[in-house]
Ligand binder design. Structure first.
Ligand SMILES: [Zn+2]
Length: 426
């Protein structure tokens, strides 16, 4: 696929079609109310939530894609001016409301961009996604897999969200006189909160903007903004600090619960540092393969529960085996726990060999060059399956891999990719 054609979760000028996997902030950096880069493709639910996150956004740019259906984009190659087709199918990513992965197919072969995803094969919904992918791939391998490598290390092992949710319920139930705060994002973990509310038959406090989101998602009865009605409060992750917890404890005994796939813990350096960043920093300070005690606690009143909306290592492994990629790239661009998926999955299904070849080329020339299909320009979605492949021409383009190499103390500041490279299409 040629430079300037498609971007996923990247919003700089220069692409013809923009794809949004989900609305978490690290996937929307650069997107704003005033953004007008081009047609923005997303799931139906993301299209519903987007105007709430970006009030005044030009809705005429939105292109809704139905999950599980092929959509055909007509594109024009700038070099040959010939029309070519790219097909795309969104598949539920089971990460947060509206989240999808994208399977692209065209003269370049196939490309699968997972975005953030949880691949729980114990869940019926995830099994539906599995069937969808198997059917869409129809026995072929994915040429390039862009993988959510957040927990791409064998030391990351955690239970299903259902089991982790029960752990949260048990902690709350064993503290009947305590108030409870749970750190969450502006989107996601709804199933956890709903589970708590239903099992314990309680209402849960959320902040006013979060209540609006809950209403958009159709949760009308469970959540409230009245503190007097709820001893369990879901608070923004950024406010989940030692100061907040100690302040609350001065008024009423309060415990904090952090749902996170990061099992390691250390005390925050700063009283205002949120506990989620402490977890990430702690992991970074320990080496990736160092075994840490899961009983380690940040604070006597803090419970960390391995509830994760990202896949654990075994799930990633299962996923890679399913789609049999020829090449893999991690989508986490700057992370305290960044690990190139090739470290672990490189030898799966011949990926390693291809990677070595690409790396070798990069070393030789200072830039990576690969053979791709040229395709660019105006985009339209027909919403129909179109199996025609034309305009296939191979050329040479520059790979934009630089953004993925930086390691930062903060977790996942930005993700996304301008799809301007591909592995060997032949
Ligand atoms: Zn996310």
């Amino acid at each position: 696929m040629e430079k300037g054609l498609i971007s996923v979760d990247r919003w700089a000028e220069g692409s013809q079609a923009y794809f949004l996997t989900h609305l978490h902030a690290d996937h929307t950096q650069g997107l704003s109310t005033a953004w007008s880069g081009g047609p923005l493709f997303c799931s139906r639910l993301s299209a519903k939530l987007l105007p709430f996150k970006f009030p005044g956004f030009d809705l005429s740019l939105l292109r809704v894609l139905d999950v599980g259906a092929w959509h055909s984009l007509s594109l024009l190659s700038p070099s040959s001016a010939s029309e070519t087709q790219v097909r795309v199918m969104p598949v539920d990513a089971h990460h947060c409301p509206g989240s999808v992965m994208y399977l692209f197919s065209g003269g370049f072969g196939s490309l699968l961009y997972t975005g953030d995803f949880r691949w729980e094969m114990t869940s019926e919904k995830a099994n539906r996604s599995r069937d969808m992918l198997v059917k869409a791939l129809n026995g072929s391998r994915v040429n390039t897999l862009y993988l959510d490598n957040t927990y791409c290390n064998p030391s990351y092992s955690f239970p299903s969200r259902r089991d982790a949710a029960q752990q949260v319920v048990d902690i709350i139930a064993s503290h009947p006189e305590h108030h409870v705060i749970i750190g969450i994002d502006t989107l996601g973990k709804e199933d956890l909160l709903v589970h708590i509310a239903r099992v314990l038959k309680i209402k849960i406090w959320v902040w006013p903007e979060r209540l609006q989101t809950m209403h958009i998602l159709g949760f009308d009865e469970i959540f409230t903004t009245k503190t007097s009605l709820a001893r369990v409060r879901a608070v923004p992750r950024y406010s989940f600090t030692l100061d907040t917890l100690e302040g609350l404890n001065k008024m009423h005994p309060t415990i904090g619960i952090m749902p996170s796939g990061l099992p390691w813990a250390s005390k925050p350096l700063d009283r205002n540092e949120n506990f989620f960043d402490s977890l990430a920093r702690s992991y970074y300070n320990k080496k990736a393969n160092e075994v840490a005690s899961k009983e380690e606690r940040l604070h006597p009143e803090i419970y960390t529960v391995p509830y994760s909306d990202h896949s654990c290592f075994m799930e990633l492994h299962e996923f890679v085996q399913l789609v049999q990629p020829i090449n893999i790239r991690g989508i986490v661009s700057s992370s305290s726990c960044y690990i190139d998926p090739l470290c672990y999955f490189g030898r799966c299904s011949g990926v390693y060999e291809t990677f070595q070849r690409v790396q070798h080329k990069g070393k030789e020339r200072g830039k990576e060059h690969v053979r791709v299909v040229r395709a660019e320009s105006s985009v339209k979605v027909n919403g129909l399956i179109d199996s025609t492949r034309k305009g296939r021409k191979c050329g040479t383009v520059q790979v934009s891999g630089g953004y993925m190499s930086r390691v930062s103390m903060s977790r996942r500041r930005r993700r996304g990719a301008k799809i301007m490279e591909d592995i060997y299409a032949d």
